[in-house]
Design a protein around this ligand. Structure first.
Ligand SMILES: [Zn+2]
Length: 285
């Protein structure tokens, strides 16, 4: 992929130093009422000890928040994420009014380590990257990129770019009102909840393909990159993930679509460059 490190995007929120620590760190600070604070204050005075530290997982002095220094490789990764994020969002800023008659609104991308609080609840790194419609943010632990390489056999920059483009694809679905509509359908018809989720996932893959088409036109990517993207799409298909986890595949539990479906829809977006080519719901049912 053709890109140059160009600093950190305004849309990146770096929260790698918060949360994920010991004590209450992972759960967020405990909330005391004013009564509790007074009791602690009085007891602290009586015992000549700062008892607040007992409940906050240690004071910052004796237990600093986890903050591993950023390595050069990580810094490059953050700049790469920034480049892709800005490119994907810049693309949708042009495409969405033209193809979807909607204005594009930028999403934020939150970098985190280990665990994070989002408007969609608390998440662990093991959840993988995700988009939260409630706060319109993408959540990403950079460690996932290592996993893409080592566990899912999808190395390469474009595989990483695909992941970001897929998550921004979910943001586009929110802006188009598709996400809200699907949510309502899911609630009114629980039996269809799974195929509806699959439709959402495959459409996000297709939207990633729509972006990829523009990168092809702008000569940012070449054929090898496209292949890496297709491998990434296939690598995170539910059948593959399930097989790795359980040793067998049961289609009724698919929520992301099979590797073949994901590859096919990424390709549909890539070939057409059109939102209208991404009606994954019609064929999912
Ligand atoms: Zn998704």
């Amino acid at each position: 992929m053709e890109w140059k490190p160009g600093g950190v995007s305004d849309d990146v929120e770096d929260r790698r130093d918060s949360g994920g620590g010991g004590g209450f760190g992972g759960m967020g600070a405990p909330h005391f009422g004013i009564g509790g604070i007074l009791v602690l204050l009085v007891l602290s005075l009586v015992f000549h000890r700062n008892l607040f530290t007992l409940f906050s997982g240690g004071s910052t002095a004796d237990r600093p928040a986890y903050s591993a220094p950023e390595t050069a490789a990580e810094s490059t990764e953050v700049q790469f994420v920034s480049f892709v994020l800005d490119d994907v969002q810049g693309t949708w800023q042009n495409l969405l009014p033209a193809q979807g008659s909607k204005q594009y609104r930028h999403a934020k991308l939150v970098l985190f380590r280990d665990s994070i609080d989002s408007a969609c609840g608390q998440a662990e790194s093991s959840t993988g990257p995700f988009y939260c419609p409630g706060d319109e943010k993408v959540y990403l632990d950079l460690g996932f990129f290592d996993e893409l390489k080592s566990r899912f056999g999808a190395p390469g920059e474009f595989a990483q770019a695909y992941v970001i483009a897929h998550e921004i694809g979910h943001h586009v679905q929110k802006l188009l009102g598709i996400e809200g509509k699907v949510q309502r359908l899911r609630e009114s018809n629980p039996a269809q909840a799974n195929p509806l989720s699959v439709g959402l996932e495959l459409q996000a893959d297709c939207f990633a393909g729509v972006w990829a088409k523009t990168t092809e036109q702008r000569k940012i990517i070449d054929e090898n990159d496209v292949e890496a993207g297709l491998r990434a799409a296939a690598a995170v298909g539910d059948d593959r993930l399930q097989k790795m986890a359980t040793g067998h595949v049961s289609p009724e539990n698919f929520t992301h679509g099979s590797s073949a479906q994901r590859t096919r829809w990424f390709q549909a977006g890539l070939n057409s460059g059109e939102i209208s080519a991404c009606n994954t719901f019609a064929s999912a049912q």
